[in-house]
Design a protein around this ligand. Structure first.
Ligand code: ADP
Ligand code: MG
Length: 494
């Protein structure tokens, strides 16, 4: 009897062991299948985002072609190639007191500089930042401009003895206005539409300089607007002031844009008189660049389709700080759904558009700790993923790497497109050419910056790249606008 019982127990235990082994084997298989799926998704992403040198050259050539087309006619290109009316760039000889107002987001900045010519340079500079109350962003244009003019008037009132305005002269202002404007002269332009959470109906179609000037009068401020510029054009002016060889400015921040110095006679669509300088700054609005050569994925297509401006700003959606983190989120979501990258359940927060911001992506991408603890912490903090395996964290870093590299390398290709338009690197000139860079993405995302610089070298080749440099523009759009007020000053005789 006892023997029988023992025998049964042995058989049961064996059966259980077999069953457990079967479950374990099944589980392992499932895990293996999932990792195989992860690998497949990554491989596909890598292939679709690939930017070999040849591809970058094609993108650069496409950029050059679009630049030509945009200069030819008004609607002939994805690039608007806007004429900025800036035909006198700062030389370093500028002297006197100039103000700037930088309005482009929820904050605006006022700034004053005392310029002292070649010897004195920027003798003194002061600035103040003011945030715009929510209600004013959707109120009336008078209210908004009165608020700005009043802050400006207060700032002028605090002008110290280090700043000198010659007798009988009016203070002059460079106005950086980072919204779509149809420029009509250096100091006038009509607003096409408000963007970035501003919605003030009455101003659309109005001259923004007149609006500001009227508000300044109402606030008892005696000042004239001498230059109305876009932030990229301001950055270019600031860059040229610091380095005479600067030919273009690139913004890589929340958005992306480029401006460069063109020969006025090359602007076929322009009907105005040619400026004495023979030069004209062009605001490319390059974020809207599009080309069949751009490597895009299903993630990019979905992001674009669900965006506020489908079909527009395609290049910007591959490159800029606003979107890089969001692309990564979309890839991670697919990996969570199809391969349970973060466990059985798809983390609900991963489904929320734009929860993964580019600075967070950048922090994860730069994590060099052995257990990728920054990645783990960020996944927890921003996506509610309480625990993640090292293997999963490595996948996250890899996705960040693929997305950031593609963006950075495509930005470099665009820069090469500008150089080609200027005759560099096609044997016509070996003149030194410099880019002024502005924006938080380039400044803070080290791996992005390094990829961009490496790609620039790769596409140009060793020899040609020796005469090309990239420098961080130090607050170009602020000081740049005041420099443009100086170079276009009404008190200059010519
Ligand atoms: P804007 O472009 O709005 O004028 P900035 O030039 O300061 O402002 O750029 C801010 C943008 O730069 C952010 O929206 C973000 O995308 C990016 N950025 C800021 N800090 C970092 C960072 N540490 N890593 C990566 N990107 C960053
Ligand atoms: Mg900016």
């Amino acid at each position: 009897m006892r023997k029988v019982l023992v025998g049964t127990a042995v058989i049961c235990a064996a059966a259980a062991a077999v069953a457990v082994t079967a479950i374990v084997v099944q589980h392992r298989r499932r895990i293996n299948r999932r990792w195989a799926r992860v690998a497949a998704v990554l491989k596909e992403l890598e292939e679709q985002c690939a930017t070999p040198t040849e591809k970058l050259k094609e993108v650069a050539d496409a950029m050059t072609r679009e630049m030509h087309a945009g200069l030819e006619s008004e609607d002939g290109s994805t690039l608007k190639m806007l004429i900025s009316f800036v035909d006198k760039l700062p030389t370093g000889d500028e002297r006197g007191l100039f103000y700037a107002l930088d309005l482009g987001g929820t904050n605006f900045r006022v700034l004053r500089v005392q310029l002292g010519g070649k010897e004195g340079r920027v003798v003194k500079q002061e600035s103040k930042e003011v945030s715009i109350p929510q209600e004013l962003m959707i109120g009336s244009s008078d209210e908004l401009f009165d608020f700005i003019a009043s802050a400006l008037a207060q700032f002028v009132a605090s002008e110290g003895v280090d700043f000198h305005l010659p007798e009988g002269k009016q203070r002059e202002l460079g106005f950086t206005f980072s919204f779509p404007v149809k420029q009509t002269s250096i100091a006038s332009g009509t607003l096409i539409k408000w963007t970035k959470r501003f919605n003030i109906k009455s101003t659309v179609g109005e001259d923004v300089v007149s609006e500001l000037t009227r508000a300044m009068k109402r606030q008892g401020l005696d000042m004239q607007v001498t230059a109305l510029v876009n932030d990229t054009v301001g950055a270019l002016a600031g860059g040229i002031y610091d380095d005479n060889d600067v030919v273009a400015a690139i913004i890589l921040g929340t958005g992306t844009n480029a401006a460069y110095v063109e020969r006025a006679d090359a602007i076929k669509k322009w009907q105005g008189p040619l400026p004495n300088s023979g030069k004209m700054v062009i605001n490319m609005e390059w974020g809207n660049f599009r080309s069949s050569h751009l490597p895009t994925t299903d993630y990019d297509q979905a992001l674009d389709a669900e965006s506020l401006n489908p079909g527009e700003q395609i290049y910007e959606k591959l490159i800029s700080g606003m979107y890089l983190g969001e692309i990564v989120r979309r890839v991670l979501l697919r990996l969570a759904v199809e391969a349970a990258l973060f466990g059985e359940e798809v983390p609900p927060q991963l489904k929320v558009p734009f929860v993964l911001r580019t600075p967070v992506m950048s922090a994860m991408h730069h994590d060099t700790s052995a257990d990728l603890k920054v990645v783990g912490a960020k996944l927890q903090e921003f996506l509610g993923i309480s625990s993640s395996s090292l293997k999963a964290r490595k996948v996250v870093v890899q996705v960040c790497d693929i997305v950031a590299k593609r963006g950075a390398r495509l930005a470099a290709a665009g820069m090469v497109g500008i150089l080609k338009k200027l005759g560099h690197s096609n044997g016509k000139t070996k003149k030194r050419m410099a880019f002024a860079m502005d924006g938080g993405l380039y400044e803070h995302y080290t791996l992005f910056r390094e990829s961009l610089l490496a790609a620039l070298k790769e596409v140009l080749g060793e020899e040609a790249s020796a005469s090309v440099s990239v420098t961080m523009a130090n607050d170009g759009s602020g000081i740049g606008a005041s420099l443009l007020a100086a170079s276009h000053s009404r008190y200059l005789e010519n």
